[in-house]
Design a protein around this ligand. Sequence first.
Ligand SMILES: [Mg+2]
Length: 373
Amino acid sequence: MKIASVEAIPVTYPEPNDFNAYRHLCLAKITADDGQVGWGESITMWPEASRATAAVIDGMAELLVGKNPVNIDALYRSIKDHSWWYGYEGGIASFAVSALDIALWDLRGKAMGCSVTELLGGPVHDRLPAIASSHAHHSSIPEMAEEAQEWLSTGLQGMKVGFGKRGNANLGFEHDRDVEYVRAMREAIGPEKMLMVDMGVKIRWDVSTAVKRCLAFDEHNLTWIEEPLGAWDPEGYATLRSKTETLIAYGEREWTLQGFERLLETGTVDVIGCDPGRADGITGFKKLTERVEYYRRQSNAHAWSSAIVTAASLAISFSSSSCKLFEFKPLENPMQHELVTNPFDHIDGWVYPPTGQGLGIEVIEEVVDRYRL
Ligand SMILES: [Mg+2]
């Protein structure tokens, strides 16, 4: 098998889980000379990042055409090395590498007749707990608590909520409202379910605010708090960690293994987030999970875009003992439920290893065309 063509496809779609905002992705489609196709994705978020990623993918294409997609490590190294000047420590180059790498793994699985999970060494979990991962949108706390109850009534085993997001929730800005929200949510979902809160980029707590909030949240048994001090604040995180008991999650804004290693070395991150559509694909995320296992911390997939990144994230999550759960967006949405013939879902709160060759998904090209930027 040889790679015949590489295409970058920027798409944009309304996301019901994000107050119907239009979000952007740049997909990669790699076609082999026998007609088999591999799909990849980068989670670019904004149109200019999608267009720039598409340009980088177009430039990297000539390194792949004519090559055997089975030789994935060599191909990964060639595109990574090619971006030595403009991609040092990540950025747009890592979006392009991510999309191409995921598509190569998909194609490699199809060429070899096995799933990506099998290519990664096979599943180390029989199943993983599934939780709802959403943004808080409504102004009424009881209404948000009721909505959470409804989502978790399907069996989902917990709830992660983004603060400081679009909509009218106004969470992350006032101590009393935040604590009342966490109290009401814990009461609504019960003591057994997981509950995480995730600070969006609009929230700029200082260290003492973060300590005060976390101490108040501790009473309601948070499973973890995510990015309370943003992407990089080693001294702040060390202080927070010394004064509170809640697990601290961050890392999803890193691009490369070196960046993740810097976080792990601080000893302040308990749950390290990673998006394969950002951090050098399946190859990048897999390398990270090995480091996280060494540090005896938890890895968590930031899979909040299309079914392609969900499939890639599931394959890695099932291949590493450091991954403990999996997040699903609770509301149906185009990039999960229209894009593929068999959308991913949980069964009574559990998710099982993906089956089928490659990523185990069948992308519907008319849907891709409908959402082209
Ligand atoms: Mg997050």
